[in-house]
Design a protein around this ligand. Structure first.
Ligand code: HEC
Length: 174
């Protein structure tokens, strides 16, 4: 190839680059993207208000429920709510373990320490901690979030008041 042809090739490549650059600059000055104040699409249940982007909140690895106000907890209501636990748990003294362990006197006991029950390794990992109201709050909110891989296939109690009432009921079993 002659050097004359090389010059033509180089010139055309340069021209193409210059055109691309100029188009970019012109396009940027014509179109001004505006950020939406709120997300245009929200998943069901999300409000888009307060606390910034809802998707970020959902993806946060250290998710925690609201701390509970135990002064407003009612163990009688808790007993009613705890009917959903009866499928897998017993609450009376000396009653047998079912799919889950017997829960008599579980509060302030070590996690995963109920006698005669084989706990998952997920929950046993926390066995040096005790079932305080705070730990129970987190556990009953989302068992899978508290102990990822737990055998307790229960979705959780999303309502703060329900968790407070159930914890008050558990604390009354002494
Ligand atoms: C579908 C069955 C099922 C339901 C419903 C269920 N649980 Fe459980 N629960 C389990 C199983 C299984 C375990 C053992 C978890 C493990 O080893 O990972 C467990 C463990 C527990 C523990 C830990 C016990 C310990 O000694 O460390 C508590 C506390 C508890 N459940 C409370 C509740 C409460 C309160 C409810 C109702 C609001 C409930 N569970 C509903 C199956 C269930």
């Amino acid at each position: 190839m002659s050097s004359f042809e090389w010059n033509k090739i180089i010139a055309s490549v340069l021209t193409a680059m210059i055109i691309a650059m100029v188009t970019g600059i012109v396009a940027q000055s014509i179109v001004h993207p505006e950020k939406l104040e709120k997300a245009a699409y929200l998943p069901p249940g999300a409000t888009g208000e307060a606390g910034g982007a809802p998707t970020e909140a959902a993806a946060a690895p250290e998710e925690k429920p609201q701390p509970l106000d135990m002064s407003k907890a009612d163990p009688k209501k808790g007993e009613q709510i705890a009917k959903v636990c009866l499928q897998c748990h017993t609450f009376g003294k000396g009653e047998p373990n079912k799919i889950g362990p017997n829960l008599f006197d579980v509060t302030e006991e070590n996690i995963a320490s109920a006698p005669g029950y084989t706990f998952s390794s997920a929950l046993s990992a926390d066995k040096d901690k005790k079932w305080t109201a705070d730990e129970l709050n987190e556990w009953l909110w989302k068992p899978q979030s508290f102990a990822h891989g737990t055998k307790m296939t229960f979705a959780g109690l999303p309502k703060e008041q329900d968790r407070a009432d159930v914890i008050a009921y558990l604390q009354s079993l002494k």
